[in-house]
Design a protein around this ligand. Sequence first.
Ligand code: ATP
Length: 268
Amino acid sequence: MGASISLDYITHRFSSGAAPTLQQIEGRVEPGELVALIGRSGCGKSTLLHMLAGLLIPSEGCVRINGHQVARPSAKWNMMFQKASLYPWMSVEENAALGLLFAGMSKRAAAERVDTLLEMVGLDDKRGVNVQSLSGGQQQRVALARSLATDPDVLLLDEPFSALDAFTRAALQEEVPAICRERGITMVIVTHDIDEAVTMADRVLIMSQNPGRVVEELDVDLPWPRRHMDNGFQSLRERLMQRFKTTDDRPTGHSAKPAGKDGSEHAA
Ligand SMILES: Nc1ncnc2c1ncn2[C@@H]1O[C@H](COP(=O)(O)OP(=O)(O)OP(=O)(O)O)[C@@H](O)[C@H]1O
């Protein structure tokens, strides 16, 4: 079941005396909620996500998951990165089962659990295949199965689909929130892609930079699965784009970039 996340006045400096990268970030994510975090490159999105994962401890304030202060990584709050980071000498099922084996589960029980997950992510026919022979999208599906195997309360995604082709990306953008909704997992995704945020989230948080702060948010009150061509999708995306532009506090006054090469607009 999903967990609540609270951000309790987080400020972070990478070195003492340096200007803060993140400043006074405060907020809450409800259990089972799907949240997207957007903002310009370098505003601190990944830094904040690493804090949610327990990979980095804020200089001031803290992250709480279900009320408990996050001090280290845990299999209950799993992170997926842009690159799948799989063990290249292992098979699909061995990679997917890793978290379970680390947690002390027997090989047999882990294999049973992984079977179901590989079916869920569409890789049941690739169980014994070495991961090096998979496409980037299939590798990301293995990483997804591995992240889900430990039955996490929270799934943290750091631009997980940005290296994938448009078709695979679109499929995963639909499948991942569907899995999280079905299992009640709380999801936080960092993305540059406004369409991805509207496709996957219940709520979008917009960060400013220098220092990184959450300055705007927008509820995405659209039916699932999200359809890009729907009027509701288009108007929400426009509203998000407008808000993003108005929160753009760069001294040069640059606004967000226009359409990317795949036709989607990017926040940075
Ligand atoms: N380990 C570190 N030491 C010092 N500075 C860092 C470190 N990690 C990140 N930074 C700085 O913190 C700021 C925020 O970085 P972060 O990677 O969180 O941004 P981001 O919004 O995720 O960027 P992008 O969208 O380009 O991935 C940047 O200026 C970056 O250079």
